[in-house]
Ligand binder design. Structure first.
Ligand SMILES: NC(=O)C1=CN([C@@H]2O[C@H](COP(=O)(O)OP(=O)(O)OC[C@H]3O[C@@H](n4cnc5c(N)ncnc54)[C@H](O)[C@@H]3O)[C@@H](O)[C@H]2O)C=CC1
Ligand SMILES: O=C(O)[C@H]1OC(=O)[C@H](O)[C@@H](O)[C@@H]1O
Length: 267
């Protein structure tokens, strides 16, 4: 699949900014959208602000788009109402607008928090039952399910990338399993919108980490070949971790599994 115009939501965010840099020139047109301000368009880019909570605005930025990389939303735990309004309704608006505009493929930033309650001793494939650890994780399960509906009902292709920990470099022992490097993120999302005939697919969003907790199922469908392995940093970060007796150190979701964890709702 060779999309002419690719829409990047959440383009002003952390991952969006990294993808903007690296995907520049990879498609004839990269259209960038966010509710926040961002640097102005360079050649090959279009900047079109929109609020994902407003369907009409999302429809406006979806015109003439061939594929979407959907990163926009709340990237942490928040109140149920905020998560519903921004992540669930926002993702519905993206899929609905994409379907109406005749878009061929949506790549969705899902999360490890769809399965955060699995033990760190287990290897998780995309086929295991979900075990979300937060309302945030539930919103990503919802996004994956909505993507399935739009694929079954409308033939809109969907790739859910369960990103674990996007970081410039691993910061602690958990990241030795969960790290997704910026260059691997760019390769993965580029392939998620260019690999042919993916249908509906859920994949792990990690680098080629030796200590990974997620299986690489589906990477072959995309042709994703990670270049980084967090193991390179093991000597620096393996000793950085919490109390092994805590649930947050035993489950894959980390701090998100703590029932007292409220994320942005506490700010
Ligand atoms: N950073 C990570 O390690 C992980 C990130 N993800 C997902 O990847 C995506 C991007 O994450 P980050 O770049 O780290 O987060 P971020 O918070 O830096 O970026 C998210 C962007 O979405 C935008 N946004 C929020 N509400 C919006 C609205 N109503 N309308 C339009 N735009 C809106 C924000 O302005 C922000 O620029 C998120 O969906 C997040 O849930 C998933 C797993 C791990
Ligand atoms: O659990 C993790 O490492 C990451 O997972 C996510 O889904 C969040 O967006 C990010 O803020 C966390 O750091």
């Amino acid at each position: 699949m060779k999309p002419h115009r690719v829409l990047l939501t959440g383009a002003a965010g952390e991952i969006g900014t990294a993808l903007r840099e690296q995907l520049r020139g990879r498609f004839p047109v990269l259209r960038l959208t966010d509710v926040r301000d961002m640097p102005e368009a360079r050649p090959g880019e279009e900047v079109m602000p929109a609020d994902l909570t407003d369907l009409a605005s999302v429809q406006a930025v979806m015109q003439d788009v061939d594929a979407v990389i959907h990163l926009g939303g709340i990237a942490n735990e928040h109140t149920y109402e905020q998560i519903r309004t921004v992540n669930m309704d926002g993702t519905y608006h993206v899929l609905e607008a994409a379907q109406r505009a005749g878009v061929k493929r949506v790549a969705f930033a899902s999360s490890i928090h769809t399965v955060g309650h699995y033990a760190r001793t287990e290897t998780i494939s995309p086929a295991v039952p979900v075990r979300p650890d937060t309302f945030y994780g539930v919103s990503k399960v919802f996004g994956e399910a909505l993507g399935r509906l739009y694929w079954e009902r409308h033939g809109l292709e969907f790739v859910g990338v369960r990103i674990c920990s996007f970081q410039a470099r691993p910061q602690d022992r958990r990241h030795l399993s969960t790290w997704l490097s910026p260059r691997d993120a760019a390769q993965l999302f580029e392939k998620a919108v260019t690999a042919p005939d993916v249908g509906y697919l859920i994949v792990a969003g990690i680098s080629g980490n030796a200590r990974r907790w997620m299986s690489p199922d589906g990477w072959d469908v995309l042709g994703y070949d990670p270049q980084d392995d967090a193991e390179t940093y093991a000597a620096e970060v393996a000793s950085i971790h919490g109390d092994p007796a805590d649930l947050t150190e035993q489950r894959q979701g980390g701090v998100f599994v703590d029932p007292a964890y409220v994320g942005l709702a506490g700010k």
